[in-house]
Design a binder for this molecule. Structure first.
Ligand code: UDP
Ligand code: MG
Length: 327
């Protein structure tokens, strides 16, 4: 009897098409280097390279087009403006046609050489192969600490488990990609979506090098909002917690009320209490605003989902592959 896993292994085609999905925002210095590195590291593999130009304001698109004229494995999806990395990734995933799909950064922080190890794992029968950053020396101490804190909080709150130190760099089998494409939400917290779909998963380790050129487009404010999108998109605990906070507070309020009544009955009316009243009013004013704010976070997202706007808008596509599809 063959196990389900062995069946998967047997189904893997001997030569597979690998789709690299590469979101790019103002990366004019990096695109050519990226292709050069891919050609060296993945020589002999059957590739499809989907560049998504996420509304770059420099000459990234021109450079991509120049590359695609010489290399018909390169396809370019040009978005109408900057939609953010998550949306750009979603666009690339929609256009990719390979047997396996691998999202990776164009700044070579996700080394293409690791892909060979991923493919080997895929051939063993796994559907998802996560690339785990075993060495984050290239990140600052602050980034590592906040990232650690985020994963811990997220995993406590959310209904999916995010493996720590895994970014978007991972291998996805075609079946996983099809499952992902069925997820209709506007809030594209891709890491969460990747894990939500499930499938048999394994991992490979790699060292994350520093960016080859250009600078990161993620600052702390962006990362904070990204984290918020993640938590709110995958957990309703922040909403529900107020039921319990409210119940506990009401319980103590009742107890304290009884104490005051008994005191009044036994010792007569006592007027002092300004400080306790002020403390209670201000404290609960704060608690109410926080809970309203959290409800607001969810309502805001419900609003965005209900409008049902597309996740991205494609202005144009380039490259032999996509251009001929459109004829
Ligand atoms: N990126 C994008 N749209 C954006 C911001 C970034 O497509 O609005 C791309 C960027 O070009 C790169 C990848 O996402 O290929 C990761 O970005 P970055 O290197 O700035 O992030 P970091 O590695 O610092 O997390
Ligand atoms: Mg980077």
């Amino acid at each position: 009897m063959m196990t389900a896993f062995e069946q998967q292994k047997a189904r893997r085609p001997s030569n597979c098409l690998i789709s690299l999905v590469v979101p790019c925002y103002c990366e004019s210095e990096n695109v050519a280097n990226f292709i050069r590195q891919v050609n060296t590291d993945l020589e002999g593999e059957e590739l499809e390279i989907i560049f998504v130009n996420d509304g770059s304001s420099d000459d990234t698109l021109e450079r991509m087009i120049a590359l695609s004229l010489e290399d018909n494995r390169i396809a370019i999806v040009d978005l109408s403006r900057n939609f953010g990395k998550e949306a750009a990734l979603s666009a690339g995933i929609d256009f990719a046609t390979g047997d396996v799909l691998i999202p990776l950064d164009v700044d070579l922080q996700d080394p293409p050489l690791v892909i060979l190890e991923m493919i080997a794992k895929w051939r063993e029968g796994y559907d998802v192969v996560n690339a785990v950053r075993c060495d984050r020396r290239s990140d600052t101490m602050a980034k590592r600490t906040t990232s650690h804190f985020f994963y811990r909080t997220f995993n406590k709150l959310a209904d999916v488990e995010l493996p720590p130190d895994v970014g978007d760099f991972r291998l996805l089998d075609r079946r996983v990609v099809e499952a992902l494409k069925k997820m209709p939400e506007r809030n594209r917290f891709m890491k969460g979506l990747f894990n939500w779909v499930g499938y048999s998963t394994t991992s490979v380790n790699y060292e994350r090098p520093a960016r080859i050129a250009g600078k990161t487009s993620f600052n702390y404010w962006k990362l904070w909002n990204f984290a918020l999108d993640g938590v709110v998109g995958f957990s309703t605990l922040p909403l529900r917690i107020w039921t319990y906070v409210g119940s506990v507070v009401a319980f103590f309020a009742l107890g304290y009320g009884l104490v005051i009544i008994v005191q009044t009955l036994l010792f007569g009316r006592s007027v002092p209490g300004y400080s306790s009243i002020m403390t209670a009013v201000l404290f609960f004013g704060g608690v109410h605003l926080i809970s309203l704010g959290i409800i607001g976070e969810y309502i805001g997202r419900v609003f965005v989902e209900v409008k049902d706007r597309p996740v991205y808008v494609v202005k144009d596509v380039y490259g032999k592959k996509l251009e001929s599809d459109n004829d």
